[in-house]
Design a protein around this ligand. Structure first.
Ligand SMILES: NC(=O)c1ccc[n+]([C@@H]2O[C@H](COP(=O)([O-])OP(=O)(O)OC[C@H]3O[C@@H](n4cnc5c(N)ncnc54)[C@H](OP(=O)(O)O)[C@@H]3O)[C@@H](O)[C@H]2O)c1
Length: 386
């Protein structure tokens, strides 16, 4: 039996401060859904700017904001075929139309880009994960192998020579999977293959640094580009610690905003760039890395545009045309991507430890948003723990 009310962070209107309600009605189970007890929910570096209106994102109000989360199922619709009460799940906030998968919205972040998407979010699915309980469509709950991921590891040798047991992660570390999912969606969308080279820019933010880890785990070589030399150095240190799993080569390039210097630096590694992956924030609209990135791609190569630069950007059309280049935009990922990503993590090929997760109670949301904005960087996550 679920309690009739629960604690939740409430967005009354975009631009006004959030507040914690302690007796908000608990979501009610409907067919095709699950109710999940939220164990931790991640923050974006720009969460504050979503709810204060700076990003100009739209959402229904009042509603419960949120982001990707880890939780435990406490009730499932009677049409569930595989999920069960007690399952540890990744809560995916990327809502897709059940009768049209091309319609999408991000629960608690953005109500989508069409009237159909807004209809889903302003009606049945308006509340997200910054609460004790959340209701999600069954297909947005990804069961995690709890024993493998959270179980402790023993180095005692087995007949095959390896250790036994789990990977020894904390529940909060599993939140990294939600940030890995975004670049994994883009990298798979352009078919990044083992032993190929991907240039990633900017590579020092939450999704950019996640892209570096994910690409290495996919068996690719990575050239990570950024304007922050110490954050780039940290990427290399982290990779040094985890290179046993990935084996890929990691190089870094400082963005100087001189296209000739930057393309020469990229070329100096002698690694033909098969894919350029862009994950720029709006603030990077004046940076030249998009141009340097595209100009570095080999003949027949691919570009994945996942960044959030507003407005139009110039593309070196002659080079793109003569190089037979493919440029693809990508919003989020496919369900299949998340299933494969979870396997990569459960198999230990993509590790979620080695970074940091700062935890805050719902009441500390303001401090949490500030820390997320000011301390975003490789492997660093901020979470609300309802
Ligand atoms: N397509 C999708 O599905 C999707 C999904 C999620 C997010 N996004 C987009 O991805 C963007 C990045 O998200 P995030 O969470 O990784 O952001 P983040 O953690 O804030 O990282 C921002 C990155 O951009 C760099 N940067 C900032 N200003 C720059 C400038 N003027 N020139 C060059 N680099 C600059 C930062 O470098 P420093 O380390 O030097 O500050 C950092 O590497 C978001 O803003 C969003 O629009 C897209």
């Amino acid at each position: 039996m679920l309690p009739p009310t629960h604690k939740a962070l409430i967005l009354t209107s975009i631009g006004s401060p959030l507040h914690v309600a302690t007796t908000h009605p608990t979501p009610v189970l409907t067919p095709g859904s699950a109710i999940i007890k939220v164990l931790c929910a991640g923050l974006l570096s720009y969460s504050k700017d979503i709810y204060n209106g700076a990003r100009k994102y739209t959402l229904p109000t009042p509603s419960i904001p949120g982001s990707g989360a880890i939780g435990r199922i406490v009730a499932v619709g009677n049409d569930a075929t595989s999920l069960q009460t007690g399952d540890l799940v990744l809560c995916d906030i990327y809502l897709r139309g059940r009768d049209d998968r091309n319609v999408g919205a991000l629960l608690g972040v953005h109500d989508g880009h069409s009237a159909a998407a807004k209809r889903m979010v302003h009606g049945e699915w308006r509340d997200s994960t910054y609460a004790e309980y959340v209701k999600l469509p069954l297909e947005n709950c990804f069961r995690l192998n709890e024993e493998k991921l959270l179980g402790s590891f023993s180095s005692a040798s087995t007949p095959s020579g390896g250790g036994v047991g789990g990977l020894g992660y904390s529940v909060e570390e599993l939140l990294h999977i939600t940030s890995f999912a975004v670049p994994y969606g883009g990298l798979r969308d352009v078919g990044l293959d083992i032993c190929e080279t991907v240039l990633i820019a900017p590579a020092t933010g939450m999704f950019g640094s996640a892209a570096v880890k994910v690409a290495l785990a996919m068996g690719a070589n990575v050239i990570a580009m950024g304007r922050n030399a110490s954050a780039l150095a940290q990427l290399k240190t982290d990779h040094h610690l985890t290179s046993k799993e990935s084996g890929g080569r990691l190089e870094t390039v400082l963005i100087t905003n001189n296209v000739q210097t930057d393309t020469a630096a990229i070329a100096s590694f002698g690694l033909p760039v098969d894919v350029y992956f862009d994950i720029s924030p709006p603030s990077a609209s004046e940076s030249t890395h998009l141009r340097s990135g595209i100009l570095s791609v080999r003949h027949g190569g691919r570009v994945s545009l996942m960044g959030g630069i507003k407005g139009d950007v110039a593309v070196p059309l002659g080079y793109v045309m003569h190089a037979n280049m493919t440029i693809k935009g990508k919003w989020m990922y496919e369900r299949e991507d998340v299933l494969k990503l979870v396997k990569l993590v459960e198999n230990g090929r993509l590790r979620v430890d080695g970074g940091s997760v700062k935890k805050y109670a719902l009441e500390q949301w303001e401090e949490a948003f500030e820390v997320a904005a000011n301390e975003a960087g490789p492997g660093r996550l901020v979470a609300l723990v309802p």
